[in-house]
Structure formats: structure tokens, C-alpha cells
Design a protein around this ligand. Structure first.
Ligand SMILES: *Cc1c(COP(=O)(O)O)cnc(C)c1O
Length: 365
């Protein structure tokens, strides 16, 4: 089997999704299952749908089209504002998109009319994280204009926190989303059906018994399902698997080497070189055939007794506490954070192996 490769345990992903769908249902919240970190994997999408998500979320139209070509017919929401240059493709292959710009929505409307289709939108509101969103004070004016556009249905409003500035969803910003929902409904005499409260970082708030959920009716979840972790502090979520996805790489060098570099030192290939403290002597070092073209070196965790010392384009260097840690040709299994996962999934050099029932797989450790 080819290396490096991701091993994706579909049964564990399904379990994570089922648990979250069930817990959130008790709070009146449905789940949009986000596949963007998997490059629009149809295998993963099918598990999410089987687990009860009500729609799929994708950030890129290429991934959406890939899902459609692979036979996924479920509702797909584009979770990044449609680029104006792609509105025809967005109307053709998605059902709903998150939007912040009236000019884009006007283009979506024109395209929907040309294609004799209807396109639903959710207006994103800026609630403090300073990534996408209409300023709350401008929301009513945008709604008024959107309601006049043929081919466009205003399905609801939403927000996204924690991605750009790490702002944590709480009673205050989520309460604001409910208040805005009610002010839109009162001003225009309509009912918004989806209030899309945020991403995996919302789970702490959404699942806390003290929280008042208000009108929030949907969360868009990617990381929590795939990695089983809470993105605000990266702790494992109770009852979820944190090992559903692993990256396997091959050892291409294994040697005893000095602990400190020799010679006059300038910058390394990727900027300032780490200062290495004193210690004479040698240590076991191995090199794995993985690099920045495949992973984010900060986001990869090696199994004990190995520790990563960093990576250049094609070499991941590790040190070991124990002697003779790994022979040339052996395979190391790493765990990944979201950033490393994203990079590995989008690297053309990394293969993927989907495991349907990982407990009976002969190759699992
Ligand atoms: C990526 C993204 C999500 C999913 O985020 P996770 O942290 O993976 O759950 C949800 N909404 C938007 C707008 C996103 O860009």
C-alpha cells in the first residue's frame, strides 16, 4: 500500500457524528456535516448522512461538484461566500450558500433566473471574530433588498466565530444572534427557518445545560466529527474517538547523530533556525518521508518514544528517547491536528485508505 497515506476509519467518524447529532437534537439543533477538510470526500459524506446530519457543508465549489459526481444528492450548503465568478456553478450544484455581499446575492439571483432554479441563502452576521459577516447594524437593510430578489429565498441568518480571532461562542454573542433573528422577523413579518450558530467551537456552549439555546437551530461541524476534539482548547470530547484519522509515513534514515549542529549558523530553509541548547553527545534521529508539502509540522504528533524536531519541504526529522527506535523502511503512525489534517488531505502526494470496519482490519495496530 502506498506511503505516505491517511487511514480514515469511517466507522469511528460515523460514531462521532451520531453522538453529536444525538446530543444536539436534545437541544433542538440540527447538524450540517462539513466535509471541507476531507477535500469533499464522498466516503466521509455518506457516513455523515447515515449518522443523521441534515445537510453537508463545503467551502469550495470544486469539492461540491466532486460530491455531486460521486452521486451525493443530499442538500449541500456552500459555507464560504460564493465568489462572484462562480455563481453559475454555485446555483447549479448547491442548494444554499452563506452570504455577506449584496452584489454577490444579486448575481446569484440573476443566475438562478437564467437556470430556472431557486437558491437559498443564509446571511452571515459579524459578531466579533472579524472574519465574514454583515455588521449587525446593516442587517435589516440587506434583508430588505434580498427579499426583493427573484430566485432567492432567505432561509435564515448565521454567524461564524473562533476561526479568525479565537472568539468563543457564549451566552452574549449567541443571545445577540437570537435577538437579531427576532428583529428581522418583526421588521418584515416573516419566519426564518435556519439560525446557523457556528462551527465545532460552539459545542461547549451548545451542550452546556446552563446555556439558553434561543433560536439557534443549526451548527456546522467538521473538526469535532473528524478529530473528536473541541477546537477552543483541543481537548477530546467525551465519548468521541480522537483517532479516526492517522497519517502513516516511511522511515528513510535512522542514525545516531550529534545533538547540536556544527558550523556557523544562518537561517534554515524556512526562516530562523531553532536555537539548540548545549548538551554534548549524540541522539537517535530518524527521518520520515513527509514534509511541508504534505503536513503542517506544528500539527503532527509522533508516537512515543519519538518527538518531532520539525520538517522542511520533504523531510520530517524526529528524535527518540529510546535506542534504535525505528529501522529504515519501517512505518510510523502519526496523529494530526486540524491544520496538519487539512494539509495532508490536500497534498497530491498523500494517498488515502478508507476503512469501513476498522476493528476487523488486519492492518490496524
Ligand atoms: C470550516 C467552517 C466550519 C466548520 O468548522 P469546524 O471547526 O471544522 O467545525 C463551519 N462554518 C464555516 C463558515 C467554516 O468556514
Amino acid at each position: 500500500m502506498s506511503l505516505p497515506r491517511l487511514e480514515i476509519r469511517l466507522d469511528l467518524i460515523r460514531h462521532n457524528a451520531e453522538i453529536l447529532v444525538g446530543r444536539l437534537a436534545q437541544r433542538g439543533i440540527e447538524v450540517c456535516g462539513v466535509t471541507k477538510a476531507t477535500l469533499g470526500s464522498a466516503e466521509v459524506a455518506r457516513e455523515l448522512l447515515a449518522a443523521g446530519v441534515t445537510s453537508l457543508g463545503e467551502s469550495r465549489i470544486d469539492n461540491v461538484e466532486h460530491l455531486r459526481q460521486r452521486g451525493i444528492e443530499a442538500e449541500i450548503m456552500l459555507i464560504r461566500s460564493p465568489p462572484m465568478s462562480q455563481v453559475d456553478r454555485v446555483v447549479a450544484s448547491t442548494d444554499v450558500s452563506l452570504n455577506t455581499e449584496l452584489a454577490v446575492i444579486e448575481h446569484l439571483s440573476a443566475s438562478a433566473r437564467r437556470q430556472q432554479r431557486n437558491h437559498a441563502i443564509i446571511l452571515m452576521v459579524e459578531l466579533g471574530d472579524l472574519r465574514e459577516g454583515i455588521m449587525p447594524s446593516d442587517l435589516l437593510e440587506v434583508v430588505e433588498q434580498v427579499l426583493d430578489l427573484p430566485g432567492i429565498t432567505l432561509r435564515g441568518i448565521g454567524t461564524n466565530l473562533a476561526c479568525q480571532s479565537g472568539v468563543i461562542p457564549d451566552a452574549s454573542n449567541m443571545g445577540q444572534l437570537t435577538d437579531l433573528t427576532e428583529s428581522v422577523e418583526a421588521a418584515f413579518g416573516l419566519k426564518l427557518s435556519v439560525i446557523s450558530g457556528g462551527n465545532s467551537a460552539n459545542l461547549g456552549w451548545a451542550l452546556s445545560p446552563e446555556s439558553s439555546i434561543g433560536r439557534v437551530s443549526q451548527l456546522r461541524l467538521g473538526e469535532a466529527i473528524l478529530l473528536g476534539r473541541n477546537p477552543t482548547d483541543r481537548t477530546g470530547i467525551d465519548g468521541l474517538h480522537t483517532d479516526a484519522i492517522a497519517l502513516l509515513g516511511e522511515v528513510i534514515e535512522s542514525k545516531d547523530k550529534p545533538m547540536v549542529p556544527a558550523g556557523t549558523r544562518g537561517q534554515s530553509a524556512f526562516g530562523a533556525a531553532k536555537q539548540t541548547q548545549g548538551a554534548d553527545g549524540t541522539e537517535e534521529r530518524i527521518i520520515v518521508a513527509l514534509g511541508r508539502q504534505d503536513i503542517d509540522p506544528e500539527g503532527i504528533v509522533a508516537p512515543l518514544p519519538l518527538t518531532s524536531l520539525g520538517a522542511s519541504s520533504d523531510h520530517l526529522v524526529l528524535t527518540s528517547m529510546a535506542p534504535k527506535p525505528a529501522a529504515v523502511g519501517s512505518v510510523i503512525r502519526f496523529t494530526l491536528d486540524y491544520s496538519a489534517l487539512l494539509r495532508a488531505m490536500t497534498s497530491p502526494f498523500v494517498a488515502r485508505r478508507f476503512l469501513q470496519d476498522s476493528s476487523t482490519d488486519p492492518f490496524m495496530p
